[in-house]
Design a protein. Structure first.
Length: 208
């Protein structure tokens, strides 16, 4: 059996942009991934609302992905693959970060996973980096994410550079999905399906 950790934020947790509740187990992109790949794969969902790459949130707290990544991987080892999709929350106005710096932050996480001994035999697991799609028209989160639209459109370019520098697999999710017009941040149901199916195809190639 292949073991995969999906390390992300509210879009991995499954935040519904309209109801603000959680999508069902089989509706979330990681659930679609699990069902598409089948019983030979164990998919572990590690999504946390508000999670950042490497930054402490002075308001919400306990959201720094860097602080939890290694304990998370150690908990679930041995792992074959770690999928990382973070960066959207780094766009919040309170952090005042550029797209370049956000990409550098996610690169720290990729490097940590690559240096970990959480794969089979004490080796490192493979890493698949996902660049989140740009934010859409903001509604409920307009003030929190003020000024994020242009920066979010640059994430794919900088994430790709990070993936090339670090030698990990990469997907720019903007080639597959868009953020919801309901709140501009989260994914509609069909986008979860499309993302899960696309990631499944990549995973099969990586772990064949």
């Amino acid at each position: 059996m292949k073991t995969i950790v999906c390390f992300g934020d509210s879009n991995t947790w499954g935040y519904h942009p309209a109801t603000k509740e959680r999508y069902g187990r089989d509706e979330r992109w990681a659930g679609v991934l699990r069902n598409t790949l089948g019983a030979e794969y164990l998919i572990i969902e590690e999504g946390l609302n508000g999670r950042t790459t490497v930054w402490d949130d002075p308001i919400e707290g306990y959201k720094n992905g860097k602080e939890y990544l290694i304990p998370c991987l150690e908990t679930h080892k041995p792992l074959d693959l770690v999928i990382i999709m973070l960066g959207t929350n780094d766009l919040k106005k309170r952090f005042s970060l550029s797209a370049f710096d956000i990409a550098k932050g996610v690169g720290v996480l990729v490097s940590m996973a690559q240096r970990s001994e959480t794969g089979a035999g004490g080796h490192a697991p493979k890493v698949l980096l996902l660049a989140p799609p740009p934010v859409a028209k903001l509604s409920d989160f307009a003030e929190m994410f003020e000024g994020s639209e242009e920066k979010s459109r640059k994430l794919g370019k900088y994430y790709r550079q990070v993936a090339e520098e670090l030698g990990c697999a990469f997907l720019d999710t903007s080639e597959v999905i868009v953020s919801s017009d309901v709140d501009g941040i989260h994914f509609d149901l069909d986008e979860h399906r499309k993302l899960g199916e696309k990631v499944a195809a990549i995973v099969r190639t990586l772990l064949q």
